[in-house]
Structure formats: C-alpha cells, structure tokens
Design a binder for this molecule. Structure first.
Ligand SMILES: [Ca+2]
Ligand SMILES: [Ca+2]
Ligand SMILES: [Ca+2]
Length: 427
C-alpha cells in the first residue's frame, strides 16, 4: 500500500476506534475507562467482566502474534484475605476470525478449577485447561496472586513457571498489573482536563497499582492463515444457567465481550449495554446508529467548544466495524473486532508512538493494540475530528502506564504485591 493510502486508512481506523474509545473515555455517562464496569449487569459480576483486549506482533518474536485478554477490573493487590480468582463456573473465550465474516474460525476456551480451599491467605493457585476449537490443547496452573514477600517470594520466578508451551504456542493465565492507564476520575467528571487540553501531563492514573486477571497466548503467524494477513479478535465470557432479566437461560449464556477498547462504554447507549454484552459481533450492525451521531462529540462541543463534527460520521462506522482499507480491512461485515494486520512489521522500541496510527506508527492501535497504546488520547482526538482536520491536542494528561510492559511473554507485567499496599496511606 502506498503511504498516503496507509495514512488515510490509519486515520479512518483510528476514527472508528477513537470514536468508540473517545466516547468511552470521555463520556461522563459511560462506564469506566476501556471496559471496566461498563454495563449495569456485568458490573455485579467482576470475575466474568472483560476489561481490555490487546493483539500485536510479538516484539521479541515477530514470527508470532500475542493476544492478551484481561478480566476482573480494579483488583487491589492488598485487598485480602479473600483474593481474586477466575471463576470456576465460567468459560473464558478468545476468538479469532480469519476471513472477515465476524464468525470465529479459531476459539481458545479456558476453564479454571477451584483453589484447594477458599482463596484465603494467599491460596490462589488455580488449575486450568484450554481447548482449541473444542480439542484439548493444554493444561496448566496459574501462579498465585502476588500476596507479598513472605507468602509469594521471588514472584517473577513464580509467574515464569505459569507459562505453558503447547506445540509452538505459549499460554499464560493469572494475575497481572493492569496495563491500562488513564485519568478516569477526571474524565467522568464531565470530561474534565486537569491541565490545559490534556496534552501536557498533569493527569492522575487511576489504574496505577491495580491488577487484573489475564489470559495470554502467543501464536505462530504460520497458524493464523488469515485473509489479507488480517485477523479479527474478540474475547468473551460465558456463564451457565444464569438468570438474565428474570429469565433462566439453559446451557451457557455469554455475559461479557470485548473487541476494541471503550466501545460498549462509549458507543452503545446505556439501555442496550447489557444486550450488547450478550450479543455476537456478527450482529453489531444494529449498534452502528449511535456512532454516526456521537453523543460525546456533542457533549465535548457544549463543554469546550471544540468544533467536533457531530453528524455524518459514517466513515467512523465503516472504520470501526470493518477495518480500514489499505490498513486492516476485513470486508463489509460490520462487527466490533480488534483487527490486526500482522504483515505490518513491529515498530522498533525507540520509534513507537503511544498514539499508534495517528502518531504515524502503523503497528499500534487501531491496527491491533499494544499494551502501551494511549487509547484514551487517541479516542479523544479522533472524536474531536482529527480525521476531518480538526486536530485538537486532547488527552487525559496520563501518557503511559505506572509500570512498563515486560519485553517478553506475557509482556503485561507482574502485579504489585499486596503487602506493599501501594494505595495505602502511611500514618
Ligand atoms: Ca470467520
Ligand atoms: Ca498499571
Ligand atoms: Ca492518555
């Protein structure tokens, strides 16, 4: 693809995700950043709640793609003695579409065992099994949560033992530091910028010190075999025989899903957020309407007179739902998938832009999503009309995570220890 096409494509892609993200990140009526506690029902079921999804070419092993999916928002490592675990009564899924029809061609499904006792006093190791397209692929164990130096000494070593190899695929499940970062406290106070327009620092990272539970996969590109080298990824959680809206569902019911960051928070109107969590990406066309006339753009204009385009943002719908031509287009089917064109090379560490494609770095969001990509700033700038020439240096004043990603699998870094109690106040 030529550079102009790529840039245009990139911008378009950003717009879509940005739109979604911007809306999410900035909307006072939205849930939390990214997809933390974004819909009414799932906020009562944190162990099934998808928070963020990442997909990128592995920087230290570019012949592979890494997918990281997080659950359980806002784990405070110090909040013992009943610590966080994956739910033994849920199914955790990572889906890959390789031909643009928004239906999964590869599904990795994880189930977790119970801990030997209550998750009390640090007994948080869980056995797991993973099936690839319903065929058993591997079994393993999570490391324990990071309780502290007496219960879980040499945590790096404990975590390293959690990585399992199945053929040429690496697998990890367990507690991680939340890679997401953002000034959620200020954003949800009417899209507040603590300093200027948010591009000069001064934000407070709400997620600093908090953890999540993650599943990470490193898959050889030779196994992906996607049309135009572009995969569409999403993650979901299912629960058995749950009562939803007063009605008992037999079998398994999907209760949460995520593709691009911030979509449910920003794009989907509140009355439909729970339904969105239960629906399949292949039916996402029904949610395209709100993207065309984004509420957030209107709100931002009312509050800050930003000149953001408020109507006719069909381009965003196209970008958000289909990928961008010349970048990561997967076809006409509209669906919220995190689309990664894995033929685009890894950007060397010194040249990575946290703004991804709008920062001239096509290996980042919305072409997949790396752990350090600043999806809130991207979303806000796109929402303000970056792609239509209205470039406002918006941001939340938080330009990176509290702890950087690791340079090796599973990349999302080790969680802070509970005993360190990074959130407590020393007396
Ligand atoms: Ca498919
Ligand atoms: Ca963090
Ligand atoms: Ca930011």
């Amino acid at each position: 693809m030529n550079k102009a096409a790529l840039a245009a494509a990139a911008l378009g892609a950003i717009t879509i995700s940005a739109l979604a993200a911007a809306v999410v990140g900035s909307g006072p009526s939205a849930g939390t950043a990214s997809s933390h506690r974004e819909a009414p029902l799932i906020s009562e079921d944190p162990s099934a709640d998808n928070t963020d999804l990442y997909a990128f070419r592995s920087p230290d092993k570019p012949s592979t793609v890494t997918i990281v999916s997080n659950w359980i928002p806002g784990e405070d490592p110090a909040a013992g003695p009943n610590y966080y675990t994956f739910s033994p009564s849920a199914k955790y899924n990572i889906h890959i579409d390789r031909n643009g029809d928004a239906r999964p061609d590869i599904t990795y499904q994880f189930r977790f065992g119970r801990t030997a006792g209550p998750a009390f006093l640090g007994n948080t190791v869980q056995s797991w099994s993973v099936w690839r397209n319903k065929k058993l692929l591997a079994r393993g164990k999570t490391p324990p949560n990071n309780i502290g130096p007496r219960s879980t000494p040499n945590y790096r070593n404990l975590a390293a033992k959690g990585v399992v190899k199945a053929g040429d695929t690496l697998i990890f499940a367990g507690q991680r530091d939340d890679a997401f970062y953002g000034d959620i406290g200020s954003i949800f106070d009417l899209v507040g910028f603590r300093k200027g327009t948010g591009s000069t620092g001064g934000g407070k990272d709400f997620f600093a010190g908090y953890a999540v539970h993650a599943i990470a996969l490193q898959i050889p590109i030779s196994e992906l075999k996607a049309k135009n080298s572009t995969i569409g990824v999403w993650s979901s959680t299912e629960r058995q025989n749950v009562t939803v809206d007063g009605k008992l569902h037999r079998g398994w019911t999907q209760v949460s899903r995520i593709g691009n960051p911030l979509v449910n928070e920003v794009v989907v109107p509140t009355p439909f957020k729970d339904a969105w969590n239960r629906s399949a990406p292949v039916n996402d066309k029904q949610y395209a309407g709100p993207v065309v006339t984004p509420v957030l753009a209107k709100l931002m204009n009312q509050l800050y007179k930003l000149n953001a385009p408020e109507t006719d943002r069909d381009d965003l719908v196209a970008v958000f739902g289909t990928g961008v031509k010349g970048l990561n287009y997967t076809g006409p089917t509209v669906a919220d998938l995190l689309r990664l064109n894995y033929s685009i090379p890894v950007t060397p560490a010194g040249k990575v832009s946290r703004l991804g494609v709008i920062g001239g770095d096509n290996a980042g969001f919305p072409n997949g999503r790396r752990l350090g990509d600043d999806v809130i700033d991207i979303a806000e700038q796109v929402m303000a009309g970056f792609l239509k020439g209205n470039k406002v240096p918006l941001g939340d004043g938080v330009d990176g995570p509290d702890v950087p990603a690791m340079s090796f699998f599973p990349y999302e870094t080790d969680p802070a220890g509970g005993a360190a109690n990074t959130k407590g106040l020393q007396k």
